[in-house]
Design a protein around this ligand. Structure first.
Ligand code: CMP
Length: 138
């Protein structure tokens, strides 16, 4: 069993499609073992995405992430990290495969509906960023 951190982004909460995204997550065999709807502060968003702070897309991406509420989630399952990256699809929705969350819902690379951890180390850091152990119930 493995856990990964998912964020349903503001472009998706705004369109009221968090339930549809959760269905795709659950239909793929992942279990939502922690979940909270929050509005990120700029400081939180910049800290969460610190590894990208030198990138040209950083300011626009941060503005997008704080433009509305997000749903932060812990997903659990076998190979949860790669399984979730598979069902999310490519970061740029123009390159995402049919049937993936981003192909189905994303509007652009900055409004790409979901985030998922990219490695076990990121998953550990990102889960701890939002959740303490009493908030994760498997
Ligand atoms: P996410 O998986 O949340 O990680 C960083 C985010 O930056 C990414 O999804 C995109 O929404 C956003 N982003 C914007 N431009 C780019 C880019 N050129 N390459 C990667 N990510 C980008």
């Amino acid at each position: 069993m493995e856990r990964t951190l998912s964020i349903i982004k503001p472009d998706a909460t705004e369109r009221n499609i968090t339930g549809q995204i959760n269905s795709m997550i659950e239909n793929a065999g992942l279990r939502i073992v922690g979940q909270r709807r929050i509005w990120l502060t700029q400081k939180q968003a910049e800290e969460f995405y610190a590894e990208h702070k030198e990138k040209s897309f950083f300011p626009g991406m941060i503005q997008q992430m704080i433009s509305g509420p997000v749903v932060v989630q812990v997903l659990e399952g076998e190979n949860a990290i790669s399984l979730y990256r598979g069902i999310m699809g490519a970061t740029n929705p123009a390159a995402a495969e049919e049937g993936t969350i981003r192909k189905t819902f994303a509007l652009s690379i900055d409004r790409n509906s979901v985030h998922g951890s990219d490695s076990p180390e990121s998953a550990r850091r990102e889960i701890a960023f939002f959740f303490n152990h009493t908030e994760i119930v498997g």
